[in-house]
Design a protein around this ligand. Structure first.
Ligand code: SAM
Ligand code: SF4
Length: 312
């Protein structure tokens, strides 16, 4: 479906849980979040039904996110149900990778096409500090499990933080030089806990790594290729270079509300709606997409929820 500003909206980001086995400092409070009762979270059937309705509104690509989608009970059933929807051409999942050693193979079999793996540092002690509960070794094992299960075109998501990982930019770019994967540097957004860490513009990557050359690509990332590189470097710059003009997505939270824009507190409840009513509500959500966010002017997001609740 095309929205009021001429943007084709064909991408659904569906959060399947707000729980996580990590507590990344910029995403979740140290004490975690209150576990909600099962009734408050979308069921497997609702996740599939909402995606079916979104598909009838023109959605062809779905990303499962969270919280950590792999801690969600029934995640494989959700994947199977969504991958069976004929209009859905691509099913992706964003994960911290810690549970991939057990789940990479089953996810592949359940129809997941591609993975984005979040990894902000290559140093074990920093990793433990930023995730509060994580071990870098688990991510390494998760990455190799993803390769072993046959996942191709995996992307690495790196949130840039001044004074935390800026000195690792060349090491991450080197990964894109040596491996056929895309390393995406993401600007920290002042949502929830994200306001506590130090922002670093993604443009810094181009200043530090002078051999990056522009590469073709679609979507919200600016893409570059390191010289002699097998992979790509992507810059996701919601703060410095607003990509609202190319925004092609809607979001649904784990408790079943549609967010037309990540940075707006406008939400449309979807739970309890079925058939044409559900389809109408999703159409209304697409029509409600604002032209752009105002974070650059105000320095804060109006998301109204934390990242683990919305799904990034
Ligand atoms: N748990 C999964 C993971 O970490 O990949 C999926 C959910 S997580 C909320 C999705 C993405 O949002 C991750 O790449 C994470 O680094 C990113 N993220 C979380 N808080 C952020 C913030 N304040 N600014 C920018 N990105 C953020
Ligand atoms: Fe969990 Fe992902 Fe948030 Fe880290 S970024 S706390 S892994 S949801």
């Amino acid at each position: 479906m095309v929205d009021r500003f001429g943007r084709t909206v064909d991408y659904l980001r569906l959060s399947v849980t707000d729980l996580c086995n990590y507590r990344c400092q910029y995403c979740m409070p140290a004490e975690g979040v209150r576990k909600r009762s099962h009734q408050d979270i979308l069921t497997v059937e609702e996740c599939v039904e909402i995606t079916q309705a979104a598909a009838r509104c023109g959605v062809t690509k779905v990303r499962l996110t969270g919280g950590e989608p792999l801690v969600r009970r029934g995640i494989l059933d959700i994947c199977r149900g969504i991958s069976a929807i004929p209009e859905i051409r691509e099913l992706c999942l964003t994960t911290n990778a810690s549970l991939l050693p057990e789940l990479a193979g089953p996810l592949r079999e359940a129809g997941v096409d591609r993975l984005n793996i979040s990894l902000d540092t290559l140093r074990p002690e920093r990793f433990a500090a930023i995730t509060r509960l994580g071990r870098l070794e688990d991510v390494r094992r998760g990455l190799s499990a993803a390769n072993g299960a046959g996942f191709l075109h995996t992307k690495l998501n790196v949130v840039l933080m001044k004074g935390f990982n800026d000195d690792e930019i060349p090491d991450f770019v080197d990964i894109a030089r040596r491996h056929p994967i895309e390393v995406r540097f993401i600007e920290l957004m002042p949502i929830g806990e994200g306001g506590n860490a130090s922002f670093l513009p993604a443009e810094t990557v181009l200043e530090v790594c002078r051999d990056l050359r522009p590469a073709e690509g679609s979507g919200v990332a600016r893409r570059y290729r390191p010289s002699g590189g097998r992979g790509l470097v992507g810059l996701i710059e919601p703060i410095s270079h607003r990509f609202c003009a190319g925004c092609d997505r809607i979001r649904v939270t784990a408790d079943g509300t549609l967010k037309p824009c990540l940075h707006s507190d406008r939400e449309l409840p979807l739970r309890g709606l079925h058939g044409e009513d559900l389809r109408w509500a999703i159409q209304e959500g697409i029509a409600a997409k604002p032209e752009r966010h105002h974070m650059t002017e105000t320095g804060r997001s109006e998301a109204g929820r934390s990242m683990n609740q919305i799904g990034g």
